[in-house]
Ligand binder design. Structure first.
Ligand SMILES: [Zn+2]
Length: 198
């Protein structure tokens, strides 16, 4: 695991509550193996403290919605309706869930105007991809925009995830990339191989 904010692996497990400060515990805190989170459970129950950037990370991907006076937690697998990924020189990837059908479309990059590759995705495939994005790539903890002024030719990219009730989360970059960038591209590679395009 690395920090979704800064990419550092200096992550300590957060211990909640009031423990006995034994010598062993103090040693583990000094070694950055653990971090004392205090008595209050932090929103989203972050699992790790990043000793490099100070963020608490590894939160559960909870989405909240208002239902009258109430705030309810929603499961991303139930409310996600689309994934769209574009990156210079990479096939454009579109997934859309509508009337319980999930449509996949890959549009080849390049000037050849090749036809898109299309098929339906199974619910299992869709859930697996969402699980990967939220429980291994921590996409809910990514920033909105990544800009690297020293790398203006590094390419433009955008990842948009849409949800019911016209909600969406957009992450994009110009020359800058999130720590889990390679993992994100790897998540789409099997589809690109299957489609036989580049
Ligand atoms: Zn960090």
């Amino acid at each position: 695991m690395k920090c979704p904010f800064c990419g550092s692996t200096r992550l300590g497990h957060i211990i909640y509550g009031l423990p006995d400060y034994t010598e062993e515990l103090i040693r583990r805190i000094e070694n950055e193996e653990v971090y004392m989170g205090g008595c209050l459970i932090m929103e989203g129950y972050p699992e790790y403290h990043c000793y490099a950037c100070g963020q608490n990370v590894g939160k559960r991907p909870a989405f909240y919605a208002r239902r009258g006076e109430k705030r309810v937690i929603e499961d991303y697998r139930r409310i996600a309706t689309g994934i769209h990924f574009s990156y210079d020189g990479f096939p454009e990837i579109l997934m859309e869930k509508k009337n319980d059908q999930i449509r996949l479309e890959l549009r080849p990059a390049g000037p050849d105007m090749l036809p898109p590759y299309e098929r339906l995705m199974t619910q299992t495939e869709w859930d697996r991809l969402l699980d990967l994005l939220y429980t291994q790539l921590y996409v809910h903890e990514w920033g909105g925009i990544y800009v690297d002024r020293d790398n203006p030719d590094g390419g433009r990219w955008e990842l948009t995830i849409t949800f019911t009730e016209d909600r969406k989360r957009v992450h994009r970059g110009i020359g800058g990339f999130p720590p889990y960038w390679e993992e994100l591209k790897a998540a789409f590679l099997p589809l690109i191989r299957e489609a036989g395009i580049s």
